[in-house]
Write a protein that binds this ligand. Structure first.
Ligand code: KG4
Ligand code: ZN
Length: 333
C-alpha cells in the first residue's frame, strides 16, 4: 500500500494505490480561493494546504478502507512547483513516514504526470512517446522504462500550454483556471474563424506559446471591444485550435523521430476534448487517462513512486524541495 501526497500547486491531494497500480482512493481538494487573483498565490496556497491536508488524508485512508498502520510506503512530490506549497506535502510525508518507520519515495511531479498512464487495469505499454501539457510544463519525452529517467525530446521555450489557455481565457474575460472555461466557450465557436500561430515554423520538438497570447491580444484590439465581444466564441475556438495544433504537431514529430507507435498524454490540458479528438486522429495507440488523473492528483505520484528508489527510515528527514527543472530525479535531455 502506497500513501501519496501532492501539494505542488493549489490542489491538496492524497491517494492510496497498490503496488500493482490499483487506485484505492484519490482525493483532490481544489482550493478555489485563487480565482479572484487571476492565478495561484503561493503563500495562500501553502496556508490552505496546511488547513486541508489532515482532512484530505483522513478521507483518502477512509475511502481506501485502511488505517495508517497499513501503509507500507509514503510518497510525495518533491518538485518542481511552488516551494511554500511543496513544503507542506514534504513535511507531512516525512512526519507520517517517520512515525510509521516506513521508507519515503520522493517523486518528481513530471514523472508523476508520465506515470499516470501506468495506472489501472490497462496501463500504457512501454515504450511510448509521452506528451505532458499542464499549467506549469509542456514537454514531449521518450519513455522506455517506467523510472524517472525518461528522455525529454522537446519542451516549451516560454509559456506552458495550460498557461496559454489561462492567459487567453483572461484576455477573453473568463475566470481562472481558464482551460475548462475557454473550452466551454469554444464549443459555440468556429475554430477556423481566425488564424493564430501554431509555431509550425519552429523546427524540432520545442514548443512556444508566448506569441500566440500576443496575437490574441492584438486581434482583440483590432476588432474593438464590441466586435470582439460578439465574436468571443470564434476567438476562443480559433485560439484553442492553435494550442491543440501546436501540441499535436510536436507529438506527431516525436512519434516519427522515435519510430514509436504509442502515445501517452498527461497534464491538465489532456482533459481538453478538442485535444483528445485531434490526437485520436493520429492513428497511433493512444493512452489518455481519465480527466481526474490528468490534472494534478496524488494517484499519479503513487504510480511514479513504484519506480523510484525509496529512502529508508530515517534517511529522508533532511529531504528538501525544489522549485524548477532541477531534473534531480534523473530525466535527461
Ligand atoms: O496538471 P495541472 O492540473 O497542474 C499543473 O501541474 O500545472 O494543469 C492545470 C492546467 C491549467 O492551466 C488549466 O487551465 C489546464 O490545465 N486545463 C485545461 C483543461 N482543464 C485543465 N486546459 C484546457 N482544457 C481543459 N479542459
Ligand atoms: Zn501538474
Amino acid at each position: 500500500m502506497i500513501l501519496a501526497l501532492e501539494t505542488s500547486c493549489d490542489d491538496t491531494c492524497v491517494a492510496v494505490v497498490t503496488a500493482a497500480g490499483e487506485i484505492r482512493s484519490n482525493v483532490i481538494s481544489s482550493q478555489g480561493v485563487h480565482d479572484r487573483f487571476g492565478g495561484v498565490v503561493p503563500e495562500i496556497a501553502s496556508r490552505h494546504h496546511l488547513e486541508l491536508i489532515g482532512d484530505v488524508l483522513d478521507d483518502a485512508l477512509a475511502t481506501a478502507e485502511i488505517s495508517l498502520s497499513g501503509v507500507e510506503l509514503v510518497a510525495v512530490t518533491r518538485g518542481p512547483g511552488l516551494v511554500a506549497a511543496l513544503l507542506v506535502g514534504v513535511a507531512t510525508a516525512k512526519a507520517l513516514a517517520a512515525a510509521l518507520e516506513r521508507p519515503l519515495a520522493p517523486v518528481d511531479h513530471l514523472h508523476g504526470h508520465v506515470a499516470a498512464s501506468l495506472l489501472g487495469e490497462t496501463p500504457a505499454r512501454l515504450p511510448f512517446v509521452s506528451l505532458v501539457a499542464s499549467g506549469g510544463h509542456t514537454l514531449v519525452a521518450r519513455v522506455d522504462d517506467p523510472g524517472p529517467g525518461f528522455r525529454i525530446l522537446g519542451e516549451t521555450l516560454d509559456d506552458a500550454a495550460g498557461e496559454a489557455f489561462d492567459k487567453g481565457a483572461r484576455l477573453l474575460g473568463l475566470g481562472y483556471p481558464g482551460g475548462p472555461a475557454l473550452e466551454r466557450l469554444a464549443r459555440g465557436g468556429d475554430p477556423q474563424a481566425f488564424e493564430f500561430p501554431t509555431g509550425k515554423r519552429l523546427r524540432g520538438l520545442d514548443f512556444s506559446f508566448a506569441g500566440l497570447k500576443t496575437a490574441l491580444r492584438y486581434r482583440i484590439a483590432e476588432l474593438g471591444e464590441a466586435e470582439a465581444n460578439r465574436r468571443r466564441a470564434d476567438l476562443a475556438a480559433s485560439y484553442q485550435r492553435a494550442i491543440v495544433e501546436s501540441l499535436a504537431i510536436r507529438a506527431e514529430r516525436a512519434l516519427a523521430a522515435t519510430g514509436l507507435e504509442r502515445l501517452a498524454v498527461g497534464g491538465g490540458v489532456a482533459a481538453n476534448g478538442a485535444l483528445r479528438e485531434r490526437l485520436a486522429g493520429l492513428g497511433v495507440e493512444l493512452d489518455i487517462p481519465p480527466p481526474q488523473l490528468c490534472t494534478d492528483n496524488a494517484a499519479m505520484i503513487a504510480s511514479a513512486a513504484r519506480y523510484v528508489d525509496p529512502l529508508p527510515y530515517p534517511d529522508y528527514l533532511d529531504l528538501d524541495v525544489y522549485a524548477t527543472g532541477e531534473r534531480a530525479l534523473g530525466a535527461t535531455r
